[in-house]
Structures are given as structure tokens and as C-alpha cells.
Design a protein around this ligand. Structure first.
Ligand SMILES: [Zn+2]
Length: 120
């Protein structure tokens, strides 16, 4: 089993950086008047990574999170989009959608296949 230090490649660190930088940048660009509040709510999207604790290894840069971990399930993505569309949950929804987009981009970058629930 890899240690956490072993999986912290520069590319993976960049991925983790984006999980913080993109919500902060979005808050700075679109929610300037309420920057702190918007930043904290959008950063809360990273909390769905708690589901990694149920996997072994907990962190595997070569494993695609989307479709693998419970809170990264395909059926939850429309729920996250719905949260982003509803005004009272918009910021949390944005954070969740940003999180899924970044994780999907990481899957594409690493070439790890999305575990689609249906085959074509
Ligand atoms: Zn994730």
C-alpha cells in the first residue's frame, strides 16, 4: 500500500490545489460582495471526499473517483446540479458540481476510465 506521501505527485498536488483554487476564484469573480460566505460554502464541496475513507487504498491517483465512491455516484450528479439551480442551496451545489468536474478532469488526464453504470 502506498503511503500518502507516495501518491502526492506534482500532478496530484495540482489537482488538490484546484479543489481549493477554483471555488475561491469563483467566489472572487462572481460573489465578491459575499466573498467569505461564498468561498466557505463552495469549499464545502470537498467534504464529499469523506467517502474515500471507505476505499482501500484511501487515495489512489490512478483510480477515477467519479462513479466509484458513494458520494461521487453518477445518480448523485443531477442532485448536485439541482442544488446548484435552487437559490438557497446554490453555493453548496456549485461547490459539489465544481468538485465533480475537477474529479472528472483528473480521470480524463490520468486516462483512468469512468466507471459508467451502463455500457454502450
Ligand atoms: Zn472527489
Amino acid at each position: 500500500m502506498d503511503t500518502l506521501i507516495g501518491v502526492l505527485t506534482p500532478a496530484f498536488l495540482l489537482h488538490l490545489f484546484f479543489h481549493v483554487a477554483v471555488p475561491v476564484a469563483m467566489a472572487a469573480l462572481f460573489f465578491r460582495k459575499d466573498f467569505k460566505h461564498a468561498t466557505l460554502l463552495m469549499l464545502s464541496g470537498i467534504l464529499i471526499d469523506i467517502d474515500h475513507l471507505a476505499a482501500n487504498p484511501i487515495v489512489d491517483p490512478d483510480r477515477c473517483s467519479v462513479g466509484y465512491h458513494l458520494l461521487h455516484s453518477f445518480w448523485l450528479i443531477p442532485v448536485y446540479v439541482a442544488l446548484a439551480l435552487y437559490p438557497k442551496t446554490r453555493l453548496v451545489g456549485f461547490g459539489l458540481v465544481i468538485h465533480i468536474i475537477l474529479d472528472t478532469a483528473e480521470c480524463v488526464r490520468t486516462g483512468s476510465p469512468l466507471l459508467l453504470p451502463v455500457s454502450f
